[in-house]
Write a protein that binds this ligand. Structure first.
Ligand code: NIG
Ligand code: FE
Length: 392
């Protein structure tokens, strides 16, 4: 069945050949959806007939957000750690082990229901494609079960067994790396697309990360990397060296890191929720953008450093505190993040793409940054089906 959505205030296509600017904006637009795909976009007055007609009432329509970085497979609560940070304590990688204990103790049903409740929040914030990492099990069995649960709900699954060294291996991190190489990779392989390592101070060093990622690649996994969140340990250079789809966080960057990212196909995925919630300095997004690096924005939803599922909040932070233009921020949360997942079917609204879209309670996407903290999501469609209708 085909659907036409007409009387759209501004339609963002992310295809510059279809409209104005880098976002390919069309004013007074319509979009036709058929069989879960976009069939046509253009001026509302020229819209072809369809089986169903929806009047957008002058609201803006944008591509569904793509969340290319989240950690949704966990149990437990670390709100006290957040409160301690707001009193002045520093964020360290070690906090992850608190979540590991709670996650190991949870049943499969609890893990799945915790994950789906966060996915529900994501949907209500306009996210239509989401990635999730493992990384709070840290045994072959616990990592495999988490990823098996995730793979029932998303194709974007990431093995992050190298998140932190679990306490039982505290005195011998190389033995834990051996466990990953010799047992975990095979245990998780049926359920994963990606492999990731937290390459940072207090987690894994560049040599360990190189060995783990290379072994994952040899088993058919595609690499991405948590790079330089807490210190510049050389992780961005490693991400580029290994052809990672994305180097994530990039909080600590030097000029050679910026040049390396700008000269590569590795996307710099920035996670402003993490700097906000750990009260850290933001990465130098302006230098990355001006150098021509491809930049994505994602939520980094996790119980320690960034417990948010709101992409509009991340966009508002990127604009206000990281000096993105509103156009750059919306592009990064849609097309940029799609590229970070090496996906060409999502993140845009042009003929042939998946019909994933958000109707905003506003005439223009500018209101995402202009009205911070206000729910601007009117309704959300995924593959042409309505998956959320707000109260406005
Ligand atoms: O991306 N940096 C590593 N992993 C998460 C935080 C994990 C945690 O604190 O539980 C992140 O910020
Ligand atoms: Fe993360």
């Amino acid at each position: 069945m085909s659907v036409v959505i007409a009387n759209i205030g501004t339609l963002v296509t992310n295809d510059p050949s279809l409209g104005y600017g880098v976002l390919g904006e069309i004013a007074s637009a319509a979009i036709v959806l058929d069989q879960g795909r976009v069939a046509w976009v253009g001026d509302s007055s020229a819209a072809p007939a369809a089986d169903e007609h929806i009047d957008a009432g002058g609201h803006a329509v944008i591509p569904g957000f793509v969340d290319s970085h989240a950690h949704l497979l966990f149990a437990g609560d670390r709100s006290a750690e957040f409160a301690a940070r707001m009193r002045g304590e520093k964020y360290t990688a070690g906090g992850i082990n608190a979540t590991v204990t709670a996650t190991r103790a949870a049943t499969d049903e609890e893990l799945e229901s915790n994950m789906l409740s966060l996915v529900g929040e994501m949907t209500r914030s306009g996210i239509t494609t989401w990635e999730t990492k493992s990384g709070y099990g840290l045994t072959p069995g616990d990592e495999a079960r988490a990823l098996a649960i995730a793979s029932r709900h998303t194709s974007e699954t990431t093995f992050l067994g190298a998140h932190v060294v679990p306490t039982e291996y505290a005195k011998d991190s190389d033995a834990y790396v051996s466990l990953i190489l010799e047992q975990m990779l095979d245990a998780v392989a049926p359920s994963v697309k990606w492999i990731d390592v937290f390459c940072d101070r207090g987690a894994f060093d560049v040599d360990q990360a190189r060995v783990i990622l290379t072994a994952g690649i040899s088993k058919g996994m595609q690499p991405r990397l948590h790079a330089n969140q807490l210190a510049n340990v050389g992780a961005v250079q490693l991400a580029v060296e290994l052809g990672c789809a994305s180097a994530d966080h990039c909080t600590h960057l030097d000029s050679s890191d910026i040049d390396a990212l700008a000269g590569s196909a590795t996307v710099a995925t920035l996670l402003p929720g993490a700097e906000f919630s750990t009260r850290a300095a933001y990465p130098d997004a302006r230098r990355l953008l001006d150098a021509g690096a491809t930049v994505a924005l994602a939520t980094d939803c996790n119980p320690g450093s960034s417990f948010t599922t709101s992409m509009p909040f991340c966009i508002a932070l990127a604009i206000r505190d990281m000096h993105f233009t509103p156009e750059e921020a919306l592009w990064a949360a849609t097309m940029g993040a799609a590229q970070a997942l090496r996906r060409s079917d999502v993140g845009r609204l042009s003929p042939g793409s998946r019909a994933d879209l958000v109707v905003l309670n506003a005439p223009s996407y500018l209101h995402l940054g202009y009205r911070p903290g206000v729910d601007m999501i009117h309704s959300v469609m995924k593959a042409g089906s309505m998956i959320y209708k707000g109260i406005a």
